[in-house]
Design a protein around this ligand. Structure first.
Ligand code: PLP
Length: 387
């Protein structure tokens, strides 16, 4: 049997990882500025997280949601405390798409409405409603196409107000990333997020903060929407939540009432996943990783802004993007193959940095030195090409 070939691959096999470093099968060391796609929050193979998972595994890995699983309440308490949402309710699932799918369903159940507002360049996952709310027709199958999603320009208050004015009573939810990830690191402005809150309040719609990539401390605050001082009705999360162990969740405001059978999952909230997620939050708290993300993120952005040629350095905390002009278009490729540094990308020309929230200043310097040297090398070689 062969693998279903949907991923273009770099021919590298990682066999070991620690903190912000990973090693391939030949023992070569790489700096991970990609965090395995924004997933590594507390650092690869953190010893406390490993111990937490191992000791849970020795007792019980899984039993169904039909019985009491005390680890779920422990996780809810810890998450409520660290995210400043003690009065919210937690529903556990397994991935980011599933979190958004449940958030959108819950909003529709709550309002008894069908219309969803989403934004240009959004990415919300690949399940049916999440992918329909994603602005990429190439990944929406015919069966997922629906007229229930209204796509509006990101960060444009006037068009948001106009749509609410025209059809506000049909709108179940607005789903928005506080910082668009796949779309190229686009930071939502405070007036835009405030306008979403205000319209949702006025028309009784549900404000869903897709925090799958920009949440869980990545922006330097627990949720990126916190920078705007805005409270969402539902926060969806996944990626950093398990530091690589698959787990997702939605954090739900108190006025959204549950009903037996309304949402459900077989695997969500199992003992092992909860232990992994608790390990993450314990490390985030003990090592003050939100502060580290804010500090090192600012340091990286300041350093990047000193460099020639790259443009529009933007982001918050350790979610950073910048544009790469055509003259140095091999920058990302060379960072990997010449300097052994993993970065992320957003098409067509954005480099995305999504490293562990525990990234050290020394690793940030290593990255800045390497990218500075590579920009120099690429720009001098491009000027040598005869016209
Ligand atoms: C903002 C956002 N939402 C949802 C998802 C989907 O998450 P998953 O791949 O865990 O289903 C992603 C994944 O990249 C994402 O970036």
């Amino acid at each position: 049997m062969k693998l279903f070939d949907v991923y273009p691959l770099n021919n590298i096999t990682i066999t070991r990882a620690l903190g912000s470093k990973v090693w391939d099968a030949d023992g070569n060391e790489y700096l991970d500025m990609y965090g395995g796609h924004a997933v590594i929050s507390i650092g690869h193979t953190h010893p406390h997280w490993v111990k937490r998972i191992e000791s849970q595994l020795e007792k019980i890995a899984f039993y169904s949601n039909s019985l009491v699983i005390p680890q779920q309440q422990e996780l809810a308490d810890k998450l409520g405390k660290l995210s400043g949402k003690n009065d919210y309710q937690l529903f556990l699932c397994n991935s980011g798409a599933e979190a958004n799918e449940n958030a959108l369903k819950l909003a529709s159940f709550h309002t008894n409405r069908k219309k969803i507002i989403a934004f240009k360049k959004s990415f919300h996952g690949r399940t049916s409603l999440a992918v329909a709310a994603t602005d990429n027709p190439a990944i929406v199958a015919p069966v997922n196409q629906t007229n229930n999603i209204v796509f509006l320009p990101f960060n444009e208050v006037d068009s948001l107000n106009a749509v609410f004015k025209a059809q506000g009573n049909d709108i179940a939810a607005v789903i928005v990333e506080g910082i668009q990830g796949v779309g190229g690191i686009n930071v939502a402005t405070t007036p835009f997020l405030q306008a979403i809150r205000q319209n949702c309040d006025q028309y009784g719609a549900v404000y869903i903060a897709d925090s799958v990539q920009c949440g869980y401390g990545r922006s330097g605050k627990f949720y990126s929407h916190d920078h705007a001082g805005v409270q969402a009705d539902i926060y969806s999360m996944a990626k950093g939540m398990g530091n690589g162990f698959p787990i997702g969740a939605i954090s739900i405001a108190p006025h959204l009432q549950p009903k037996y059978g309304m949402l459900g999952t077989t695997f969500g909230g199992n003992q092992l996943a909860c232990a992994a997620a608790l390990g993450v939050l314990e490390v985030m708290e003990a090592e003050n990783l939100l502060n580290n993300a804010a500090e090192i993120g600012q340091y990286l952005m300041d350093g990047l802004r000193q460099l020639p040629l790259i443009e529009q350095v933007r982001g918050a905390g350790l979610m950073i993007g910048f544009d790469v002009p055509d003259s140095i278009k091999d920058l990302r490729k060379n960072l990997l193959w010449k300097h052994r540094i993993f970065t992320g990308e957003a098409k067509p020309n954005v480099i995305r940095l999504l490293p562990s929230l525990a990234l050290s200043k020394a690793d940030a310097d290593h990255f800045l030195d390497a990218i500075g040297a590579e920009i120099k090398a690429l720009s001098s070689s491009s000027t040598l090409i005869p016209s």
